[in-house]
Design a protein around this ligand. Sequence first.
Ligand code: TLP
Length: 345
Amino acid sequence: MEQPWINFRSDTVTLPTAEMREAMAQAEVGDDVYGEDPSVNRLEELAAAKVGKEAALFVTSGTQGNLVSVLAHTHKGDEVLLEKESHIYYYEVGGMSALGGLIPRLLDSEGGIFSAEAVRKALRGDNIHFPRTSLLCLENTHNRAGGTYWTPAQVAEVAAAAKEAGLRVHVDGARIFNAAVAQGVDVIELTAPVDSVQFCLSKGLGAPVGSMVAGSKEFIARARKWRKMLGGGMRQAGVLAAAGIIALEKMVDRLAEDHALARKIGQELVNIPFLGVDLERLQTNILVVSVDPAWGTAQELLGKLRERGILATDFGPQKVRFVTHEDVGEKDAAKLIKALKEIMS
Ligand code: TLP
């Protein structure tokens, strides 16, 4: 899309930095299906070390990363516990059911976070009528709840409840570095209690393509096989991995700037008529704003913003999502606030 759009649709819209493009051009590559791409191998080692797991796998997207993880943890016909608005359930085309033959059991939550008690209540025990429940998934940060994060203690608590019942635990950590940076904790505190994690290089970390899955060596070997079956065995993928390495080494700390900018915008929006912002849920870089039906709909608001060169996403009939990222700054935020004040008055 041509400039001058101000793009708050998602942090997926970030463009690779000049340093990434340079590294991509210079990347040492090989055939990754043979395990012979040195750049991919380096990225996988780096990713595993960052999240404190034995091994990692470079996948094409967050959706593929979650799917290979879920498939590698389960068998056809199993039940998977997950939050009712989780990305895996809501936005991943039903892959777990279509391709894994899995049945989801949905958990209620408070802002995307559920308790160990909720997990225990959802477990039905052993009975000839019931499917085998084999996996619990959680999402950190939680996208549809507005980028809310799980604390290390909350993750540890639900993971312990799941493990007690013999379940594996997978984290959709598309934005897990946002969760870590926002809390000022090492990401390992958020991943240590769980069996596997998926995180995206292509969101706030700015890489053009790709996600990582991390877990035990044995789990990653199974995930690798599923990735191949799903057509995700890439060849000279080192050109992409080279950008991923920079994403992990250089782009994590700057996520704090995205959080600060989202907060700044949110604090201004609370004073604008017909808009609702939950500042408590505004913990990272996702700002979900509700639109009073007395004014109009989310689509109408998006249309008016578009006329002013500003893009955002609808998150339901009366909700709009703004996401901050590397390619929007203070000036863009000021234009957004001014536009919203004009549109809503
Ligand atoms: N989320 C996208 C859209 O699909 C909604 C976005 O713009 O936020 N887990 C979570 C929590 C995500 O937010 C996303 C992407 C994914 C997984 C999937 O990642 P991709 O888009 O790489 O398949």
